[in-house]
Design a protein around this ligand. Structure first.
Ligand SMILES: [Zn+2]
Length: 265
């Protein structure tokens, strides 16, 4: 089979293990069924902005042209730093977008990726956010009515917990992290600034996520389609937004949102 079209990050469905779908043009490729098979991904050299569709030479913020990057609410500073969100004060690049995205329930969570991390996500993005970062377990710790408050909680907890994922370690790690999320949640609850503790939630279900991986890589090589233009190899697994090939090459699909790909298998 051969597909041609602009891609976006993979869609996912959480079941026994995560089911992945790669949107390409009008199609969606069922990625799990390709495990163990040879696939070939080539970049045509074209990028279309994921927002306005215009051709752009360079992709900003994973898929935007420079103009959209500067004015879109999806690329505002509060996307990376939720505590900077001012939507609750009526300030946003696009208040209608903010109403549907920033001024909605958010969760602060702890997850296990390459290690223990704290993070923030809009309620409707659970479990997508956890899958995209390659978390194997996650637990919600606080619920807030907007993005800013969740960000303030995260900033406070960053004193005690990392907010980063080391992607190479994440891709090599199966489930060896001996960390009890309920204990860590209790720790976080006690450490949190008292004026924010009203947002803590008692619920403590641990969500476990399994990824479709035939064999974990021992060595990771970040494949760069901007330079190499084409990658061919046996697909050994998918974790987060990464395709893992048998020789240790990994391709971060999210980085190529808006790129026009030829996908063959
Ligand atoms: Zn654009």
């Amino acid at each position: 089979m051969k597909y041609l079209g602009n891609i976006t990050k993979m869609k996912s469905v959480l079941s026994n293990s995560v089911e992945y779908f790669l949107p390409i043009g009008e199609n969606k490729i069922e990625m799990n069924s390709l495990l163990g098979n040879e696939i070939k991904i080539s970049w045509t050299g074209e990028i279309n902005c994921v927002k306005c569709g215009k051709v752009t030479k360079t992709s900003f913020f994973q898929g935007f042209c420079y103009n959209c990057f500067q004015i879109s609410p999806e690329t505002a500073p509060c996307i990376l730093n939720p505590e900077l969100c001012e939507a609750h004060l009526g300030i946003s690049r696009d208040m209608e977008w903010a109403q549907n995205n920033c001024l909605q329930d958010h969760f602060v969570y702890l997850s296990l990726t390459s290690g223990l991390k704290v993070g923030v996500t809009r309620a409707s993005q659970i479990p997508t956010r956890w899958i995209d970062q390659g978390a194997v377990k996650a637990i919600k710790i606080a619920k807030t009515p907007n993005r800013n408050l969740a960000g303030l909680i995260e900033v406070d907890l960053k004193q005690y917990f990392s907010d980063k994922t080391a992607f190479q370690k994440m891709l090599k790690t199966e489930n060896v992290l001996d960390i009890n999320l309920k204990t860590e949640k209790n720790n976080a609850s006690e450490l949190l600034r008292p004026d924010l503790s009203q947002y803590l939630i008692p619920e403590s279900e641990i969500v476990e996520i399994k990824y479709p991986i035939l064999k974990y890589p021992t060595q990771i090589i970040s494949f760069n389609l901007d330079k190499e233009k084409s990658i061919t190899g046996n697909l050994m697994g998918i974790k987060g937004q990464y395709l893992i090939f048998s020789n240790g090459n990994v391709l971060n699909i999210r980085k190529y949102s808006g790129y026009k790909f030829i996908f063959e298998y």
